[in-house]
Design a protein around this ligand. Structure first.
Ligand code: NIG
Ligand code: FE
Length: 412
């Protein structure tokens, strides 16, 4: 048995209240002053405030002094494409000269460029590279994340990506939740035959992934020039039948019905939603779908920002994630995402905390274990070099973590 006491917490701020797999009330936070947390074998066993110390504090194996700073739950990054070969820095100049994201993809670059490099990459090399990304994410306060396949697009390469994610979940301190995203783009060998590609995925890949427990969720890129409404529906229905949780990249560039489909099928989350229309919003609200908003992608693409405030008004739970990937968001810094959520989505600091902890935790099926600080939950938390959430939303460009604790172990 090992015990850890965290004492002298100036403010302990955590989402609270009733939440389900459909997320929490946005911005419903509890703030405890002069608090302490007691952790036994990686689980929170007591939280005190007002200067009181938990029972057994004198005999704790390890004591961390928070020095009257802010403590929150560890951040949860609910949307990443962190496993990939190579990088795409050459696209910077192409974009500066006027090429758009879809121009590059249609010309066989973009995602397809990363597909070529990921197919060539050795599994051990991908593990090493992705492990370094996980280190960097944790150093920035993320203690649980999601990771998608989708740069393989053939059977062996997709399974290679999911193996990498599974291995890292085992070997790294980070909890990594796997999502299968075979239909991320139309590979060169299926050019002009997206229906055949979807049929192959539904017939061969999805059942294999399920049988070998390689992913918990299934995702698809529903977009102009990629997969349309019907193809997305067919794929997601097959995934649902097999027992996957569903997500969909929807309305990133064009609103072609992706968010409407998300609500109709009861997707756990819909991603991007920059161009979402009223139909889509209503459908998501009705279907209980969490909006996975990706403001750093809007920033990097120079695009509009998803209508997050409107979503909250309509009762749609909002999560904010990095979308870390080599094309549309080469950053994994969720603190920057928090700044953007404030400045661009106009979310209040309390709402931002919900959006980067419990809501994404619910969206990746981990709301029962992480995303809040409560007795009985996993002891994943961050001591910030800041007195309050306001400071985190205000300072940008610096890493504001002081200490990071994962399952009761001090990582930073
Ligand atoms: O979520 N939009 C589709 N997929 C990724 C980008 C992938 C890439 O450009 O490599 C995203 O932004
Ligand atoms: Fe994405």
């Amino acid at each position: 048995m090992s015990t850890l006491l965290i004492k002298n917490i100036g403010t302990l701020q955590t989402p609270v209240g009733s939440y389900s797999h459909r997320g929490a009330e946005q911005g419903e936070n509890r703030k405890l002053r002069d608090a302490a947390v007691y952790i036994r074998d990686g689980v929170i066993t007591e939280i005190t405030d007002g200067g009181d110390l938990p029972l057994g504090s004198e005999s704790a194996d390890v004591v961390l002094d928070a020095n009257y700073r802010l403590v929150t739950p560890g951040l949860v990054d609910g949307h990443t494409h962190m496993v990939f070969g190579g990088y795409r820095q050459h696209e910077v100049a192409m974009k500066l000269k006027g090429a758009t994201y879809l121009d590059i993809l249609r010309a066989g670059g973009g995602i397809l460029d990363t597909v070529r490099k990921t197919r060539e990459a050795d599994e051990a090399d991908l593990c090493y590279k992705t492990g370094k990304f996980l280190d960097e994410m944790m150093n920035h306060g993320v203690t649980t994340c999601e990771a998608k396949s989708g740069y393989g697009l053939d059977f062996n390469s997709e399974m290679k990506m999911l193996e990498v994610i599974g291995r890292l979940n085992e070997s790294h301190a980070m909890d990594v939740v796997p999502t299968f995203m075979g239909p991320h783009a139309i590979p060169e060998e299926y050019k002009g035959r997206p229906d055949d590609f979807i049929d192959m995925i539904c017939g061969e890949m999805l059942p294999y992934v399920k049988e070998h427990k390689l992913a918990e969720f299934a995702d698809i890129f529903c977009e102009d020039s990629v997969f349309n409404y019907e193809q997305s529906r067919k794929y997601l229905l097959r995934a649902k039948e097999l027992g996957f949780g569903l997500r969909i990249h929807a309305d990133e560039i064009e609103a072609i019905g992706g968010s409407r489909l998300a609500g109709e099928l009861g997707c756990v989350s819909a991603e991007h939603l920059i161009s979402i229309d009223e139909d889509g919003l209503e459908s998501m609200a009705k279907g209980g779908t969490i909006a996975m908003c990706l403001p750093a992608t809007s920033f990097y693409l120079g695009a509009n920002y998803a209508p997050a405030r409107r979503m909250i008004e309509m009762g749609i739970p909002v999560a904010c994630a990095s979308d870390f990937n080599p094309g549309s968001c080469p950053s994994m810094n969720l603190q920057f995402v928090m700044n953007l959520a404030c400045l661009k989505y106009r979310l209040l600091p309390e709402e931002v905390l919900t959006a980067v902890t419990i809501n994404p935790a619910c969206a990746i099926g981990r709301g029962d274990r992480v995303g809040t600080l409560e007795v009985g939950k996993q002891a994943d938390l961050v001591i910030w070099d800041a007195p309050d959430m306001e400071m985190l939303c205000y300072r940008f460009g610096s890493n504001m973590t002081a200490r990071v604790v994962k399952k009761g172990k001090i990582i930073k």
